[in-house]
Design a protein around this ligand. Structure first.
Ligand code: PMP
Length: 423
């Protein structure tokens, strides 16, 4: 792909463009949330100032226009991940999407949605396979589901270099496995997991596959139907879009068979005082008033990403990551999590600095205008695996430049001497 011009793209992001040389912001926290281009802000404002109305109801013209914009947004965002509009359920984010799936399976397990959902019922002793690298959002909903059904959790271990132990995966995924849930890209390691292999293993035993695409969707081309995954989630605010909007993608047969999680208005066909019949997906999973302006903003975000080009974005960010990792390797006392050349990656580098707490390191970088995240990044088990409680994480996006990375590396190289840790 043609190389993108990150310095020029910064002009599209008002928050970044507003910061001049006298008040620099080196924003390396896009893994937590990305900045928003003007086109996204404009799309939401435009909707709210010209077309704001409740969708899928109301006899008036503006309600019909709002509905069209909302459903067009669904089509745009679905297409961004290679999907059809009816395969995309709006959620408030990845956490909501994963909980939706886990609660839907829970409902299937107590016979709701039967007989269509019967294949998804979990029984005592059934196994749910996760990885050791999961964000808490793809861990705790499964712990809760296991507790409710008697299912047992298994975890694919991570090797010292941050890659998944696929030999272990091959022996963990068995006829007892009912669900395999895994992240496409860890929000700490930045390594692109061999998800096709995992999906093939799961399919071979008839297990449902659930993928967390939070850290891949903003950074690389994604074709979910081609990948063959059953269900996948992503968060709008990490992909240049608004807060409180995300997507749950599902294969048509899977969504068709799953019972709803939240229930209420807008997801039913007929309701009596004693029971209700539900709409087909995606509306079956969209109870209540939806995040309409946010969906329209997210459509603008994916149009922006497509305009820049996902292959160009991936190539740019891989290059930035390479620059970060090479630089970090040469700084004494710095230990990266997932320091491997064996994988494709996104622009994430997490590390600790010997003798300095991650929070101190983060504050020192902040004093130099460098925004990073510190802590466990909602991945406590992964940090524990590497003998850490916290790390510093730099995460890049399309608007980061080589100069950003160099300033960051220069900052990191000054941390130990600032805190008086001798080499
Ligand atoms: N999974 C991963 C890999 C993430 O990075 C995040 C956000 N940090 C989430 C899930 C949760 O996303 P959200 O908070 O937007 O629901």
């Amino acid at each position: 792909p043609e190389a993108l011009d990150a310095a020029a793209l910064r002009a599209d992001f008002p928050l970044l463009a507003a910061r001049g040389d006298d008040n620099p912001l080196i924003y390396l926290d896009s893994g937590a949330t990305s900045q928003k281009p003007q086109a996204v802000i404009d799309a939401e404002v435009e909707f709210l100032t010209t077309t704001n109305a409740a969708v899928h109801r109301g006899a008036h013209t503006m309600a019909a226009d709002a509905t069209d914009l909302f459903e067009d947004a669904r089509e745009t965002v679905a297409a961004f991940v290679g999907a059809q509009p009816e395969q995309l359920v709006w959620t408030s984010g990845a956490t909501a999407g994963l909980n939706l799936v886990a609660y839907s399976l829970s409902n299937a397990s107590i016979g709701r949605g039967a007989p269509a959902s019967a294949p998804f019922a979990l029984r005592s002793g059934d196994e749910i396979v996760l990885t050791e690298t999961e964000h808490h959002a793809n861990l705790i909903p499964w712990q809760e589901l296991a507790a409710r059904t008697g299912a047992v959790l298994k975890h694919i271990p991570v090797r010292d270099d941050g890659t998944l132990d696929m030999d272990a995966a091959a022996s963990l995924i068995t006829e007892r496995t009912r669900v395999v849930a895994f992240t496409h890209v860890s929000n700490v390691l930045g390594i692109v997991n061999p998800v096709s292999e995992i999906i093939a293993m799961a399919k071979a035993v008839g297990a449902l596959t659930v993928m967390d695409a939070c850290q891949s969707a903003p950074h690389m081309p994604l074709d979910l139907p081609a990948l063959g995954v059953d269900l996948a989630v992503f968060s709008g605010h990490k992909m240049m879009g608004p807060y409180s909007i995300g997507g749950l993608y599902g294969r048509a047969e899977v969504l068709e068979a799953l019972p709803p999680f939240l229930t209420g208005g807008s997801m039913i066909t007929t309701v009596t005082l004693d029971e209700a019949a539900y709409l087909s997906p995606p509306q079956r999973f969209e109870a209540g008033t939806q995040p309409v302006s946010q969906a329209i903003g997210l459509a603008a975000a994916v149009r922006y990403l497509d305009g820049v080009g996902m292959s160009a974005i991936h190539a740019h960010e891989e290059r930035l990551e390479q620059r970060m990792r090479t630089g970090l390797r040469s700084i004494e006392g710095v230990r990266m999590l997932g320091d491997t050349d064996r994988s494709s990656r996104v622009g994430i580098a997490a590390f600790d600095v010997e003798g300095v707490h991650a929070h101190d390191a983060g504050q020192f970088l902040d004093s130099r205008g460098i925004a990073v995240r510190v802590g466990h990044h909602c991945a406590q088990p992964l940090h524990r695996r590497f003998g850490m409680t916290a790390s510093v994480r730099a995460s890049a996006a399309l608007y980061n430049t080589d100069a950003d990375i160099d300033a960051f590396l220069d900052g990191v190289s000054g941390i130990r001497s600032f805190f008086g840790v001798s080499s």
